[in-house]
Write a protein that binds this ligand. Structure first.
Ligand SMILES: Cc1cc2nc3c(=O)[nH]c(=O)nc-3n(C[C@H](O)[C@H](O)[C@H](O)COP(=O)(O)O)c2cc1C
Length: 332
């Protein structure tokens, strides 16, 4: 357990505006990481190694994208005991956004820690809100090139509900065209940097069976034609569905829902994809993991590893240990 119980900090954080609490927490983590004050939240990492997409994951619990969009707190989150951390989404164009992001990534010290199995870093990329959807691939290719040398894996976010029309990229022809272009660029980057970086496509929970099957078929096609490089899926992003909250006062506000309302929906997507893709396809499960039992349910649905975001806000760093321990117990 960390030195400062999260139950002390939580009432204070929850009394603030959510955005302010988020910013202030990240500011404190950024200031205290790699200092003696890191003991306030540092926890012993659970060792439960797994090989996935050609990578050696130290355990099966990761931080989901969006919490640390600017990659300012990689070392602090590493001290929580995560097996892998995903930062971003970073947006296209070689502007301050991508450059500042990469600067922060390079400042992180976690790779210098002498551990047998270092934590892994995922870099999550997206398109600019202002880029028309028909030119989206240009943004992804710029980002892919920028993040490639610094990433253990790359996530292509085509499922954020807040970027207009973004989810259209999950459809048949659009996805096929995007993956073809990413594939060609990745081959070029692999030669240039002498390393293969797996790419995960992050999808929405609001997909029906036919849409999931289109995604599976498209991925199968590219996995076969590009056997040297690894593809995977992260399922899922937040949900636009409102059934789970229809009785609540703010249910009609726009935006995606995370946490409990997305738990079963993401499990269903994971189940279908696992069935369609077979046992060796890399699949990261995310959505509503709020306890060790939830983490186990994600693995049982077919995920190889899980990520958390909302659970961390409600439960604090102890959830990382709880989830990693629960998943580890499945080996017994
Ligand atoms: C406030 C917020 C911001 C997010 N930002 C991103 C993002 O930038 N990129 C991304 O791929 N996912 C983003 N997500 C989605 C999460 O990574 C995760 O897929 C989703 O919240 C479900 O997991 P959870 O229930 O554990 O939160 C965001 C989620 C929330 C709640």
């Amino acid at each position: 357990m960390s030195f400062l119980p999260y139950s002390w900090a939580r009432p204070f954080l929850f009394s603030m505006d959510a955005e302010v609490a988020h910013e202030q927490t990240l500011a404190v983590l950024a200031k205290t990481q790699n200092t003696p004050l890191q003991c306030l939240y540092a926890q012993k990492r659970i060792e439960d190694p797994i090989q996935l997409a050609g990578l050696s994951f130290p355990n099966r619990v990761g931080l989901a994208a969006g919490l640390d969009k600017n990659a300012q707190c990689i070392d602090a989150f590493s001290a929580f005991g995560f097996g892998f951390i995903e930062v971003g989404t970073r947006l296209g164009f070689n502007n301050q956004g991508l450059d500042a992001f990469l600067h922060n990534v390079q400042k992180a010290k976690f790779r210098q820690q002498s551990q047998a199995r270092p934590m892994l870093l995922g870099l999550n990329i997206g398109k600019n809100a202002s880029t028309p959807i028909e030119n989206a691939a240009d943004d992804y290719l710029i980002c892919l090139e920028g993040v490639y040398p610094h990433a253990d894996y790359i996530t292509v976010n085509i499922s954020s509900p807040n970027t207009k029309n973004l989810r259209e990229l999950q459809s048949d022809e659009a996805l096929d065209a995007l993956i073809s272009q990413l594939s060609a660029k990745r081959a070029e980057l692999a030669q240039r940097h002498h390393k293969q970086v797996p790419v995960f496509i992050k999808i929405a929970p609001d997909l029906d069976e036919a849409q999931i099957s289109v995604i599976a078929n498209t991925l199968k096609k590219h996995c076969t034609s590009d056997a040297t490089a690894s593809w995977g899926v992260i399922a899922t992003n937040t949900t636009l569905a409102r059934e789970a909250v229809s009785a609540l006062p703010h249910s009609n506000e726009p935006g995606g829902l995370s946490g409990r309302p997305v738990f079963e929906k993401s499990n269903e997507v994971i189940r279908q994809l696992r069935h369609a893709m077979g046992p060796s396809f890399p699949l990261i499960g995310v959505g509503g993991v709020l306890s060790g039992e939830d983490a186990i349910a994600k693995i049982k649905a077919g995920a190889d590893v899980v990520q958390i975001y909302t659970g961390l806000i409600y439960k604090g760093p102890a959830l990382v240990t709880e989830a990693a321990t629960a998943i580890q117990s499945l080996r017994a």
